[in-house]
Design a protein around this ligand. Structure first.
Ligand code: 5AD
Ligand code: FES
Length: 359
């Protein structure tokens, strides 16, 4: 087992079988050594700097019905909201004053925000703050939409692949959604020139060493700029309400593997990780994460953007969140910086590849 970790530490390619072997035996791996390696790798490229992204959850309407997600369309207990362009700009104004240099616009799949409306919002933010990066996270859209938003000034796009294993994807999503389409969106985003983020939930229902091996092999080949992973946490109003949550230790394990697989990747310690353990985000940073994504949404809508139960920070003001996190990072000798924090990952050879992992 140590030999597979050594291979990873030398930034060598692992086969699908090797990934599966490594993941199957995860509990016999020396975690201290592994985490020292992944922390050192992060430090080599990013030092002790932590990048901030101000997350603006601007709409919780969603046309999809993912079995795990609290804002799925069939959840009638959700109070739905949409922020106007001006409300979104207000969040950016506050965020800029607080030191944010990246704004993440996230929503459910809400087509009321059509091509032109998103383009208009993006170009307005850019005209106020040309020194800031804009990340979009609006789900699956046409290539033309992605292109228009990129042309308006969007820099990055987050679209978690959720699982790279076909039959697993089917178990997490209703039949109108497909892994093929998700992969096509990711390829389109990269071709257009976005910095692209993929990711998955650790401990999602029906996940196995096989599906996780596919995730890692996919991540290695796709070579994304960002990878968002966090534990699955059940939401009481979803079909997965009785499923078991992902664990802290497994999430830390995969954060470290991802850091070693793509040394320069931008890797957030997610809010979900902070939700399952009071020091989850600190521990995530310590094993190789280098990004935090505090909430910048207006306080009165935060409690309505609940993808999972017990989400933290839903009652805090944006300024409180940033102060709390700055102090938390200082406590563990890391420093939050007021920078765009672009990815150092360079991905020249993605076009010739086929990312579908057959299963
Ligand atoms: N637990 C943890 N993460 C979740 N997400 C959605 N629902 C849950 C949940 N119940 C994640 C998905 C999605 C991202 C925005 O949030 O991976 O892509
Ligand atoms: Fe909205 Fe999955 S429920 S994208």
């Amino acid at each position: 087992m140590a030999t597979l970790i050594n291979k990873l530490a030398q930034f060598k390619h692992l086969t699908l079988d090797e990934w599966e072997e490594l993941i199957t035996q995860k509990d016999s791996i020396n975690r201290e050594e592994l985490y020292e390696l992944s922390e050192k790798t992060r430090r080599r490229y990013y030092g002790n700097k932590i990048f901030l992204r101000g997350l603006i959850e601007f709409s919780n309407f969603c046309k999809n019905n993912c079995y795990y997600c609290g804002i799925r369309r069939s959840n009638y207990n959700v109070k739905r909201y949409r922020l106007s362009k001006d409300e979104i700009l207000e969040c950016c104004h506050l965020g800029y004053k607080l030191g944010y240099r990246t704004f993440v616009l996230q929503s459910g799949e809400d087509f009321v925000y059509n091509t032109d409306l998103i383009s208009d919002i993006v170009s307005s933010i850019k005209s106020f703050y040309p020194d800031c990066a804009i990340t979009l996270s609006l789900g699956e859209r046409d290539k033309e939409d992605y292109q228009a938003w990129f042309d308006s000034g969007a820099d990055r796009y987050l679209l978690r692949h959720e699982t790279a294993y076909f039959s697993h994807y089917k178990k997490l999503h209703p039949k109108e959604m497909s892994l093929e389409n998700r992969m096509q969106c990711l390829v389109n985003l990269k071709k257009i020139g976005y910095q692209v983020g993929v990711g998955f939930m650790v401990g999602s229902p029906y996940q196995s060493p096989k599906t996780l091996a596919s995730d890692m092999a996919f991540i290695e080949r796709f070579n994304p700029h960002m990878v968002g992973i966090g534990p699955f946490i059940p939401h009481k109003d979803t079909p997965f309400r009785d499923k078991t949550a992902g664990s802290l230790n497994d999430t830390l394990f995969f954060l470290s593997l991802i850091r070693l697989t793509i040394p320069k990747v931008l890797l957030p310690a997610t809010t979900a990780l902070g939700t399952i353990h009071p020091l989850g985000r600190e521990l995530g940073i310590k094993v190789g994460a280098n990004v935090l994504m505090p909430n910048l949404s207006p306080k009165d809508v935060r409690k309505d953007y609940l993808l999972y139960d017990n989400k933290i920070c839903t009652g805090d003001e944006a300024a409180e969140c940033i102060n709390c996190l700055s102090q938390r990072m200082k406590n563990i000798n890391y420093e939050i910086v007021s920078e765009r924090g672009d990815s150092l990952v360079n991905t020249p050879n993605y076009l010739s590849q086929n990312f579908n992992v057959k299963s």
